[in-house]
Design a protein. Structure first.
Length: 238
């Protein structure tokens, strides 16, 4: 009964119609970029269970509480194989304290997870950043950008050529961090839901490449000038 009530409350909270736009950003890892510097020394290591209470202390802000629920779900999904995702933390080298958490996901998540998360279909040589979180006390120090750069090195070592991330268009802090780590916009994802979440659609559109000097822009509706590995134009229902 409690579960049913929670489910109904979640549906009602969605409302009759909603649409959400995210920017897909990507970096070609075969092209070197300069490492963004955080204002504190940080290193990267795999997540450990004892990091959780340090990243998400009891009584934290609302973003920490909702992120914690997500992290716990992701840890379970990764453990039973539904989510081919590795969890990393950036550590404040002065104290050894974890100061950022982020996931690196590879191709192979279940169709149910892909639909629920409105995720793109990744190619073998692509990896995706997910669920970045910096505790309030460490925000604005450039930790996110530094962590992404270090995670990019891990992705490269795994044989990946492209690193991608989807960030809500209104999440300016996250967009700034991702772009500072050398990723550039390449796709627009639009998620829509109708009827309190009963019907969902997701659409990926390419970001038009800037015209080369001396080349006239393509007429409106013309062929997009992006690679074919971005899932552009694909539409899913969930
Ligand atoms: C998004 C988030 C991970 C950024 O972490 P961070 O370690 O503080 O990021 P960085 O310090 O590398 O860069 C953030 C930049 O955005 C800026 N910024 C912070 N809040 C901002 C806002 N509301 N609008 C515009 N810029 C903002 C910071 O000042 C900083 O820029 P600056 O160095 O020029 O001052 C962190 O804010 C967070 O955990 N938010 C809640 C969870 C979340 O939104 N995750 C992202 C999911 S995609």
């Amino acid at each position: 009964m409690t579960l049913l009530r929670a489910k109904i409350a979640r549906r009602v909270a969605l409302g009759p119609y909603d649409s959400r736009v995210s920017i897909g950003l990507r970096r070609d890892l075969s092209v070197a970029v300069s490492a963004p510097k955080a204002r504190i020394p940080v290193s990267l290591r795999p997540f450990r269970q004892e990091d959780l209470p340090l990243l998400f202390p009891a009584g934290g802000d609302a973003s920490a509480q909702s992120e914690l629920v997500d992290v716990e779900w992701r840890l379970r999904a990764a453990a039973y194989g539904a989510l081919p995702s590795r969890c990393f933390v950036a550590v404040d080298e002065r104290s050894g304290r974890p100061c950022h958490i982020q996931w690196l996901t590879e191709r192979g998540y279940s169709e149910a997870v892909r639909r629920a998360g409105a995720l793109p279909a990744l190619a073998d040589d692509e990896a995706m950043l997910e669920n970045a979180f910096t505790p309030v006390g460490y925000r604005g120090l450039g930790v996110m950008a530094a962590a992404i750069h270090l995670i990019a090195e891990r992705a490269s070592a795994l044989g990946k050529r492209y690193l991608v991330a989807f960030v809500d268009a209104d999440n300016h802090a996250s967009l700034k961090g991702v772009e500072r780590a050398g990723l550039t916009p390449w796709s627009i994802r639009t998620k829509r839901q109708f009827g309190f979440g009963l019907f969902r659609t997701v659409r990926f559109d390419p970001v038009a490449a800037p015209a080369a000097p001396g080349v006239l822009p393509a007429p409106e509706g013309g062929t997009a000038t992006v690679g074919d590995r971005d899932g552009a134009g694909s539409t899913g229902q969930g």
